[in-house]
Design a binder for this molecule. Structure first.
Ligand code: WT7
Length: 631
């Protein structure tokens, strides 16, 4: 592994070209990187490649068709296996079905479906024909779905009647109907519906059953190569403004990053490992480390539809035991939940097959790291804490098993081929070891293959958001520090993005949802520390006195507004608390001082109020809280 570091250091572009050449190219590339139009980069631009071919055909042609690709575990207890040959066969049929529906190169397809094999087949089929998928997490509301469909201009929506979640059928087709009613998604021509829960659904003229479309389709489909920079997918994520951004990833570079990091960070031995990443395909982790990375590497992996507590908190551990999982990748919030449940639940299961444990989504506190290592890993596993983002496409900072000892709580070092730095406010590099508090802003200093290629439909926003704070460098939005040994510790977001159970939310997005309610005059949202979810949403609202003349009590108002946020965005954005206030703390220039609200939300004494336009505002909020009227 240390070879990789020196190889990448000596010839970074040569190193990446070599990683890319591990994939199958329909037409080989001769040019590695063109950054002449910085910050817009193109990688391997004169090459042609097909992502779906790399995930499927290549392995089957290499004689690995019988190897299991997916070990699917449904929440109600059903299970199903797909070999690479079977997955290829289904994907070819799905590709033909999409073509029959008029989907072509560059067309966008929204996918709003549970974590079942058909969803993965749908993604691979879309990629196979050069269309662009935009997967929308099933936990987003119909309104959030509508906005994403319209922003991408999707021609087709692939959904399911429902998915199983916490023992119940979570309806998805109903949400699609709601999103599309009154012609509110004018670009959508057809909706393909996968049958999963047998929930009754209304099938209108534009609706078609997935199974009918597939059974009518031929299983012959030859994948052609697309330009390396051909768009592969759009994935929406929250930023600092009210509107989510469509992060655009292209084919050759993205697949190179996903495959290389998946193999390296998890020390994958595809012929013997059983890999399981618990993420949903609605998030980037599911794209890179459930779909593209593992399948490009010919891995055998578990996918599980439901939640870890259904029917009991033993579920995940039963699955690990059943399939003898060797590599397990999850989020700190899940680990903290299990810490609370207690180690006895885990101890009832034989988890001795595990050898590598990964963590992603938020900083892992050392306590959770040790618990993960000891209770889940039985003290014999390597733990890798992986830092990356929707935008980076693949892991940027992580330990590599066998290369050096991993350190509890630290993301540690940039992977070979990746150049990161920490800078101060003025953009000057922070030097490791210079000071024990060598902290600042985390940057990525050279382009990398799986970097986002832009924000869908908004090139200016791409430049402005990521490349303007520190010219020439990609600014990730996180704070970080070096320790004495030069290892990197991620300190969390420095902007108004918050992390709830590893899910990324924008305070501005929740605020705009709140002020859309006719009772709300003004809203300020903060992320408050939470023992399990890392952060929780706490909203402060000013009500319109005229609108709430005969309104219910503040408790009812809070409940109604919480439900409103769920309707506007989805259950992941549900505020833990809504606090009705008369004023919000603002500076003289009118900026809301979230720092003070965070103090209140976290139960700390309120900090320095001297910059407030009206310093009595905070005492009023505090006094109000001590009356106990918070929820
Ligand atoms: C933000 C990106 C990357 C897949 C899941 C989240 C935080 C992510 C870590 C980690 C500390 C982390 C950062 C980052 N984050 N991984 N290992 N340690 N923080 O992707 O939704 O795009 O969120 O998640 O704050 O900026 P995302």
């Amino acid at each position: 592994m240390s070879d990789l570091y020196s190889q990448a250091k000596n010839d970074r572009l040569g190193f990446w070209a070599e990683q890319a050449r591990h994939l199958h190219w329909h037409k080989p590339f001769s040019q590695t990187l063109d950054f002449s139009k910085a910050p817009f980069a193109s990688w391997f631009a004169d090459g042609q490649i097909n992502a779906s071919y790399n995930c499927l055909d290549r392995h089957v042609l290499a004689g690995l068709g019988d190897r299991i690709a997916l070990l699917f575990e449904g929440e109600p207890g059903d299970s199903k296996k797909y070999s690479y040959a079977e997955l290829l066969n289904e994907t070819k049929k799905a590709a033909n079905a999409l073509i029959a529906l008029g989907v072509g190169e560059g067309d966008r397809v929204a996918i709003y479906s549970p974590l079942i094999p058909e969803t993965i087949i749908a993604m691979l089929a879309v990629a196979r024909i050069g269309a662009v998928h935009s997967v929308v997490f099933g936990g987003f509301s119909s309104e959030a779905l509508k906005n994403r469909i319209n922003d991408a201009g999707a021609k087709l929506v692939i959904t399911a009647d429902g998915g199983f979640r916490k023992g119940k059928a979570h309806e998805l087709k109903v949400a699609v109907d709601e999103a599309m009613k009154d012609n509110s998604c004018p670009t959508v021509e057809k909706v393909l519906v996968i049958k999963r829960t047998n929930t009754p659904v209304v099938m209108s003229e534009h609706d078609l059953w997935w199974s009918d479309a597939i059974s009518a389709a031929s299983a012959d489909h030859e994948a052609k190569g697309f330009d390396a920079e051909h768009p592969l997918f759009i994935l929406y994520t929250s930023g600092t403004t009210g509107k989510p951004k469509g992060i655009l990833h292209t084919t050759g570079g993205y697949l190179t990053g996903a495959a290389y990091t998946h193999k390296t960070v998890f020390d994958l031995h595809a012929e013997k490992d059983v890999y399981w990443c618990t993420a949903d395909v609605g998030w980037i982790t599911g794209h890179s480390y459930v779909v593209y990375g593992p399948l490009a590497n010919g891995a055998t992996q578990v996918i599980y539809e439901g939640t870890p507590d259904t029917p009991t908190f033993s579920r995940w551990w039963e699955i690990i035991e059943k399939y003898k999982v060797t590599i397990f990748y999850t989020a700190p919030t899940a680990i903290r939940t299990f810490m609370k449940v207690g180690k006895e639940v885990v101890a009832r299961h034989d988890l001795s097959s595990l050898r590598i444990l990964g963590s992603v989504g938020e900083p892992i506190n050392p306590e959770a790291w040790h618990w993960y290592s000891k209770v889940i890993g039985g003290d014999h596993c390597e733990v890798v804490d992986t830092w990356w983002q929707t935008e980076t496409g693949s892991i940027m900072i992580s330990a590599i098993p066998g290369a050096f000892k991993s350190k509890p709580g630290a993301a540690q070092r940039a992977l070979p081929g990746i150049t990161v730095g920490i800078v101060d406010e003025a953009g000057n590099p922070v030097i490791p070891g210079s000071d024990e508090k060598a902290s600042g802003y985390l940057t990525i200093d050279e382009p990398w293959p799986s970097m986002l290629r832009g924000v869908w439909g908004d090139p200016e926003r791409f430049k402005e958001t990521y490349w303007s704070k520190f010219p020439g460098k990609y600014f990730a939005g996180d704070g970080a520090r070096y320790d004495e040994e030069g290892d990197i510790w991620i300190l969390g977001r420095i902007d108004d993005v918050i992390k709830v159970s590893g899910h990324r939310l924008s305070t501005a997005e929740i605020e705009s949802a709140l002020v859309e309610h006719h009772w709300v005059a003004e809203a300020a949202v903060v992320g408050a520390k939470d023992e399990i979810t890392e952060q929780a949403v706490v909203a402060f609202v000013i009500l319109r006195q005229d609108e709430i003349a005969d309104a219910p009590s503040e408790t009812d108002i809070a409940k109604i507004l919480k439900d409103w946020v769920v309707k506007k965005i989805g259950p992941i954005a549900r505020p833990r608390e809504i606090i009705v206030v008369a004023e919000l703390p603002k500076t003289r220039s009118g900026k809301i001082m979230r720092r003070l609200l965070r103090d209140v939300a976290e139960g700390r004494p309120v900090g320095d109020v001297t910059t407030l336009a009206d310093s009595t505002v905070m005492s009023a909020i505090n006094a109000k809280l001590h009356e106990g009227v918070t929820d």
